[in-house]
Design a binder for this molecule. Structure first.
Ligand code: FAD
Length: 401
């Protein structure tokens, strides 16, 4: 089997990159290890995504899926310090000034189906066991569609979109831990939990500071709510408590979330990621590149993961398309992609570091407080947190912090 490009992983990064390549006339194979898409964390989206849904030609399907509308974020940085940032305060920046809370099984499936419709060959239940190299150049993959049934496929360009599995950066020993952000995540779903609603019935993401970290509360379709805690690694270790105890204590310590979950039923086991953040200084190589979480992941506080993954997918598709046309698929040829995607990554990273400073200082002298009295800061903060990374000069925000 020979392809111009093989994309490994059918999350938002992989399916978007494969679709963009098919739209540019290239022959693409996408391999996804799961036979069908299932539960995944990463349910709160950003308004910047409309641009990508439009480009991918999937907007109508996303709108018809019945996901709850999300109109912003309710941040609670300390007891009594609540900040509502509504994305429709500055509606002119995005195609639509709202977005959705999604169950990822449905969202990822819609993007994958769209990829197939746009000409991508999609193979589900195909787990890649190995990237094949000739010298330092990636030439294809070995994968299994059933236990013991090893198959291979060759390509000119290999895209690693395997998310936190980090197929290539693990193999090449490029993945390393973030020196400062050592956070763990604990999360699950509840049926019948209370939630904060806007007057029109639309929803908000709730982010509440708690001892050792913060909690999220994301209203999903029907009566389902996603609740998670992100806690400092040292806090987790020092507590000596089980994940279940830690999570329950964090929920109970927040009067609002405790009340919302009081009569609710937990619908799945508690999931845990012991170490959320990881870095990687080099996303490309001869004949390959890494996109989305397969490149790096910083922190979920501002719900940027899916947006950055899909944005990077387009930058990568541009670089790959040019490489296939020119015949130069060297690491150097792919560097353009990496330079472009590192700009939004570094902007959101600075905001993340700022957030944890606010958490540490526990005072009200923070960017959210200042945004109440400075309309200019408020506009920039909301646009940035909506995913408008290229619409905002971060230094214009940083001077406040
Ligand atoms: C605690 C937490 C909370 C988060 N909350 C949010 C949020 O609210 N909003 C947001 O936007 N982002 C959030 N994120 C980030 C978000 O989940 C990711 O950034 C996003 O899913 C990245 O998309 P991706 O396509 O790169 O990877 P993924 O969505 O992980 O997709 C990777 C795909 O590759 C497949 N795969 C893996 N290995 C192989 C293999 N060997 N062969 C074939 N297929 C393979 C997997 O099955 C998977 O489908 C959160 C992350 C964490 C850790």
């Amino acid at each position: 089997m020979d392809y111009e490009t093989i994309v490994v992983g059918g999350g938002p990064a992989g399916s978007a990159c494969a679709t963009f390549l098919a739209q540019r006339g290239h022959r693409v194979l996408l391999l996804e290890k799961e036979p069908e898409m299932g539960f995944k964390v990463g349910e709160s989206l950003l308004p910047a995504l409309w641009e990508y849904w439009n480009k991918l030609g999937v907007t109508e399907k996303i709108e018809a899926a019945g996901f709850p509308i999300k109109r912003g974020v309710w941040f609670k940085t300390a007891p009594g310090a609540d900040y509502l940032l509504r994305t429709d305060e500055f509606p002119e920046y995005f195609i639509r000034p709202y977005t959705f809370h999604v169950d990822r099984a449905t969202y990822d499936r819609l993007l994958l189906e769209n990829a197939r419709e746009k000409g991508v060959e999609v193979l589900m239940g195909a787990a890649v066991s190995e990237a094949l190299f000739d010298g330092g150049r990636a030439t294809g993959v070995a994968f299994e569609t059933a236990p013991g049934e090893r198959r291979t496929a060759r390509c000119k360009v290999l895209v690693d979109a395997t998310g936190r599995s980090t197929l290539l950066s693990s193999r090449l020993s490029r993945r390393y831990s973030h020196p400062k952000l050592r956070k763990a995540a604990f999360y699950t779903h509840f049926d019948g939990a209370g939630r904060r609603l806007n007057e029109d019935g639309s929803t908000l993401t709730d982010i509440h500071a708690t001892e050792g970290g913060w909690l999220w509360c994301i209203p999903l379709r029907g009566d389902l709510t996603s609740i998670g805690a992100v806690l400092d690694g040292d806090f987790v270790k020092a507590s000596g408590r089980s994940p279940e105890d830690l999570f329950a204590a964090a929920v109970q310590a927040d009067p609002e979330i405790a009340a919302w979950t009081a009569g609710a039923r937990q619908t799945m086991q508690l999931h845990r990621i012991p170490s959320i953040s990881y870095l990687n200084d080099d996303f490309t190589g001869d004949g390959f590149l890494m996109i989305g979480d397969a490149s790096l992941f910083i922190d979920p506080i501002f719900s940027a993961g899916v947006t950055i993954a899909m944005r990077g997918a387009e930058f990568a598709a541009d670089a790959i398309s040019e490489a296939l046309r020119s015949g130069d698929s060297s690491a150097a040829a792919f560097k353009k992609y990496e330079q472009k995607i590192r700009v939004p990554i570094s902007k959101i990273t600075r905001m993340i570091v700022n957030w944890y400073e606010i958490m540490k200082r526990k005072d009200s002298g923070n960017i959210f407080e200042w945004s109440r009295s400075s309309p200019m800061l408020r506009e920039r903060l909301i646009v940035l947190l909506s995913g408008g990374y290229d619409k905002i000069d971060l230094d214009a925000i940083s001077k406040w912090s």
